[in-house]
Structures are given as C-alpha cells and as structure tokens.
Design a protein around this ligand. Structure first.
Ligand code: GUN
Ligand code: ZN
Length: 453
C-alpha cells in the first residue's frame, strides 16, 4: 500500500520535460514484428533527438545512460492513436444518446459547429489538446468545422501544445450549416481554403502536424466535391478522411443521392477516394463487396465502438473485418462517442465484440486485451503510414509515450498484475480518468495529464 500511495506523489513537474531522459518503470509495448514486449523492471532511454535509444530490462542498461527517474510501479507504454474525433464537438460530449445520426447532427452538432469561429477555436482547442494528452492520446486525427480561420487557430494550438495531430477543415457543399456561403461558389472556396491550409500547415514541425482533406460524408458532399477533394489529397500527398456506412438511414440517403453507385463505398471509389492515405470512420454495415474493396485498396477504417452504440448506429462485426485483412484502428469520434479516451474505446469495443461472438455474428478471432492495445497504438500508426515512426516503444522510433499509475485501476489497494495481459485487461476495464500521469511526443512532455488531480 505504501508504495502505491508513494507512486501517486510523483508530480508532473518531476517528470522530464525534454529529452534526453531515462525512465525506470514497467514497460509494455506491442512490437512491429508482432507480439509484445513486457519488462516488469524496465528501462526506457530517450535520446536528445527525442528517439527511443533503449527499451528493455533495467538490468541490461547501456553504460552511457543518463540517470533514470524511477517511476516503478508505473507502466510506460506507447501513446494512444485516436484515428477519428471532432474537435469542435467536445462541448456536447455525452449529449443526445440514442438519437439517430441524422437527427443528432441537425439537433446538436450543426448548431455547435456553426459557432466554431476563431474565438471559439482559440478558447477550445488548447483545452482539447490537453484533454487528449490527459486521456493518453499522443496522436489524434481530427475534424474541425467548415471555417478556414478557425482551423488555423486549431493548428496553432496543436503546434504550441506539442501533440501529434492530423487535422482537416470540414468540407460540405450541400446540407451545410454555413449560412454565409454562396451556394454557387462553395465548392471552389472550400477547395481553395483547404489548399491554403495544406500549404501553411501540412508537415509543420518535421511532420508532427499533418493535413487531412475532409469531405464530411456523402450526404453533405456532391460527387464533384468528393472527386475534387480526393484529387487535392493525392496531388498534395495529404490524407483524405470521411465517414462511411455508419447508420441505416444515412446509408439509405446515400443510395438516394448517388443512384449510379453500387453502394456507399463505391461512392468514394468513383471519386478516387480509396487508398492507403484514406481513413474512413465507422464502416458499421459494410457489405462483403465493400469490405473486399477496402482491403484491395488498402483503405483504413477508424473503428468507433462507443459512438456506434451511443448513437444506436449498430455493432461493427470487427472479427469478420479483421479476418478479411481490413486495416483497423480506433477512434473516439467525440462527440458521437462521449469520451476522448482510447481505453474507453477498447472497453466498449471489447464488450461489443464479445456480444457479437455470443450472438454468433462476428466470426474471426477472439481478441484479447493485448490485441486491443495493438489496435489503439500500432494499428492507428499503420493507418496513418507512421508505423515506422510511432506506435511502439522500439529503438529508433520517435518517443511518443505515456506513463500510467496502475494503482488507479487496481481492484484492491496494492494488488499487482504481474501478467501483461492481466495488466492490460485492468487498464481497459477499470480505466480511470486520472491514471495517465505523463505523456510525451518526441520526448517533449505534453500538458494535460495530472492537471485535475
Ligand atoms: N457523419 C457525418 N458527420 C458526422 C459527425 O460529425 N459525427 C458522426 N459520428 N458521424 C457523422
Ligand atoms: Zn465522426
């Protein structure tokens, strides 16, 4: 008990703000080559360039290591990757449960995003970047609203905070909430503004900030916008992100708007939107044909299980999709999902996957806690084409990591989980909003963790 209480007394100021540094802690990480590495008494060394120099047993400590800060029994692991969230929507997190998607968008979301001007972004974005870090997320792929200037403010806040982020201005040339816009000029303006944001921000700080061209979804985009936006993403080497096959009424509406397309995925295929730089959110109700096409084109899916249940969109048959070879990472989809934590997504996704298996509807493998760890870290990094840089704690990679105090998740004070699968299970099923005590990107400590406690 004493050691557990003592571990809570490490304050953020005692954690290293900048590399080089070394942390002695329990290490848990997936490995790029498969499997995991678990070191009960581990050492992580981060060099002056913010890269992992050593991740292994403390007993194998390299000779020239700087003095290590002893965080035991804390756990050090790679930072989480959130593949899908809406920054302007954070104020309505937790509101509207059970409404169907299209009603929820009209009632809660479009009015909120309509107010996301520069002042709102300057107020909200710094808070949200800190909240991501507090939740253990070191990389976030987010949507803004339709306004160009507020996206600039969102990028500025990410630049100042230090989080790794992929950000995009939402594009909508029908069913939009922007009352100021001239319908005949909306497509050209949206493309021009996206291009200027790309020019200013994509690749900033050695690639820490990236741009995603962001048509909202087929319901609010014409075929022209989808095609032109995909062309912009491929001409500039930026990402392309949108929503797909989330809710039955949405899917029916896409069928009505695009009668020539075979299905929802085909709408994006015809626009030239599929491929390895594309992340599609949800994909709850994909047909076998759609699934095959996503796998063939190496398009990625952000699985957002909490949102899918919050909005009663459905339960994605994850096992079947994984077995088919689909690339899947996790997304909070705030505020479709009520919580910024990827640990929450793991928990809800785990429950949903178990329910599908019980109902005989999932197929595919049973997924254990360490599979979910992989999906929330390396899986997300792979979706962003960043798996050689981040997603695991391995020498040469950039040091994007978090430190967790496991006393927050113990069922009985002082109880330890020596087995790594048990530890991860505890972090998923008993995750606590204050358990992440430190977060770093490239060896720079982020503000956010431990601010509440
Ligand atoms: N589809 C189109 N826009 C949205 C959104 O903001 N959230 C979710 N969950 N789905 C969408
Ligand atoms: Zn979304």
């Amino acid at each position: 008990m004493g050691a557990v209480l003592a571990s809570r007394s490490v304050t953020p100021e005692q954690l290293p703000a900048r590399s080089p540094f070394a942390l002695r802690a329990r290490l848990l990480t997936p490995l790029a080559a498969g499997g995991i590495r678990h070191e009960p008494d581990g050492l992580l060394v981060v060099d002056a360039d913010g890269r992992v120099a050593f991740a292994g047993a403390a007993s194998e400590r390299p000779d020239d290591t700087v003095a290590a800060l002893d965080l035991r029994p804390w756990v050090v692991m790679p930072g989480m990757v959130d593949l899908h969230a809406h920054l302007p929507q954070v104020p309505s997190a937790g509101l509207g449960a059970g409404l169907d998607l299209l009603t929820w968008l009209q009632r809660y979301i479009f009015p909120l995003e309509r107010g996301f001007d520069v002042a709102a972004a300057e107020r909200l974005a710094p808070i949200v970047w800190r909240a991501f870090a507090a939740a253990g997320t070191t990389t976030a792929m987010v949507y803004g609203a339709v306004y160009h200037a507020s996206l600039d403010a969102t990028f500025r806040a990410a630049e100042a905070h230090g989080i790794r982020a992929v950000i995009g201005k939402v594009m909508m040339d029908r069913l939009t909430y922007d009352p100021t816009i001239d319908p005949s000029a909306i497509l050209e303006r949206s493309l021009r503004e996206s291009a200027s944001l790309i020019e200013r921000w994509d690749g900033r700080d050695d690639g820490r900030l990236r741009y995603a061209v962001t048509p909202r979804f087929a319901v609010s985009c014409t075929a022209d916008l989808l095609r032109e936006s995909a062309a912009l993403a491929s001409a500039t080497g930026t990402y392309w992100q949108t929503h797909v096959s989330e809710d039955r009424a949405e899917i029916a509406e896409v069928g009505r708007l695009f009668p020539e397309a075979l299905d929802y995925v085909d709408v994006y295929d015809r626009a030239g939107g599929l491929g390895p730089r594309t992340v599609l959110a949800h994909g709850v109700h994909l047909s076998d044909r759609e699934l095959t096409r996503l796998v063939e084109t190496r398009t990625h899916v952000a699985h957002c299980p909490a949102s899918n249940l919050f909005l009663a969109s459905g339960v994605m048959p994850l096992g079947r999709f994984v077995e088919a070879g689909l690339s899947v990472g996790l997304g909070s989809d705030v505020s479709g999902g009520p919580d910024l934590s990827i640990f929450t997504e793991m928990r809800v996704g785990f429950y949903a996957h178990n329910a599908m298996r019980v109902a005989g509807r999932s197929g595919g493998p049973a997924l254990g806690p360490l599979d979910w760890l992989r999906m929330g870290t390396l899986g997300g990094a792979e979706a962003l084409g960043l798996d050689r840089a981040i997603g695991s704690l391995e020498p040469g990679k950039e040091a994007d990591l978090i430190a967790i105090d496991p006393s927050y998740v113990a069922s009985v004070a002082g109880a330890e989980d020596p087995d790594p699968e048990d530890l991860m299970s505890r972090l998923i099923f008993r995750s606590h909003p204050d358990m992440v005590r430190g977060a770093w990107v490239r060896g720079h400590r982020l503000e956010g963790p431990a601010e509440r406690a």
